[in-house]
Design a protein around this ligand. Sequence first.
Ligand SMILES: Nc1ncnc2c1ncn2[C@@H]1O[C@H](COP(=O)(O)OP(=O)(O)OP(=O)(O)O)[C@@H](O)[C@H]1O
Ligand SMILES: [Mg+2]
Length: 194
Amino acid sequence: MRPSIKREQIESLHELGFVARRENVIFLGPPGVGKTHLAISLAIIAAKHGQRVYYGSLVDLISSLEEAQVAGQLKRRLAVLTHPSLLVVDEIGYLPVTHTGAVLFFQLMTRRYERASTVLTSNRGFEEWGEIFGDEVMAAALIDRLLHHRHLVNIRGNSYRMREHTALSQALRSEAEAPSTTRQRRSSRSVNTR
Ligand SMILES: Nc1ncnc2c1ncn2[C@@H]1O[C@H](COP(=O)(O)OP(=O)(O)OP(=O)(O)O)[C@@H](O)[C@H]1O
Ligand SMILES: [Mg+2]
């Protein structure tokens, strides 16, 4: 099944009203259905309209906060990451987060809450975020803030990557099954054109 989304919802998000209203966008769906593609598309449009944007995976953002904390620069780093009108937090759910990491990310999201928009992507439903962040209470508080002013885009369907693999393997299979004369003709043609 081809990944499905509502065209009107995606088009309306690209008008960037959510950035002006400081609302969040959350793309949920299994691997390969286009979450990162859509999140980056919104970030590009926002940047073209002169908005300051920042992109990172959850793990990258947390690492940068942890490094800043070790260097005694946490306040500054939090300020830098609170500043952009659009922050993309990609890949929530693929890698586990340490408790310190979860606390730092929670601090960042609390600062951005109602101040600036965040676009988040995850392959896991909200019911699993407690497990991802290793803390049910903090995950619930995070989800509560994120969902207060939010646009939720649930993408269903099969991975675009799988479609490419399937198309490739089908092409290879039909090539292998083609009558030998066709194959000979093809290979001689390819030799001639070199
Ligand atoms: N609407 C689309 N039409 C065709 N290809 C697409 C579309 N959206 C995304 N793709 C392609 O499908 C592949 C997977 O997309 P993407 O990386 O955005 O998925 P994802 O949902 O972020 O996956 P993951 O959960 O693994 O990070 C990419 O190669 C991307 O370019
Ligand atoms: Mg992705």
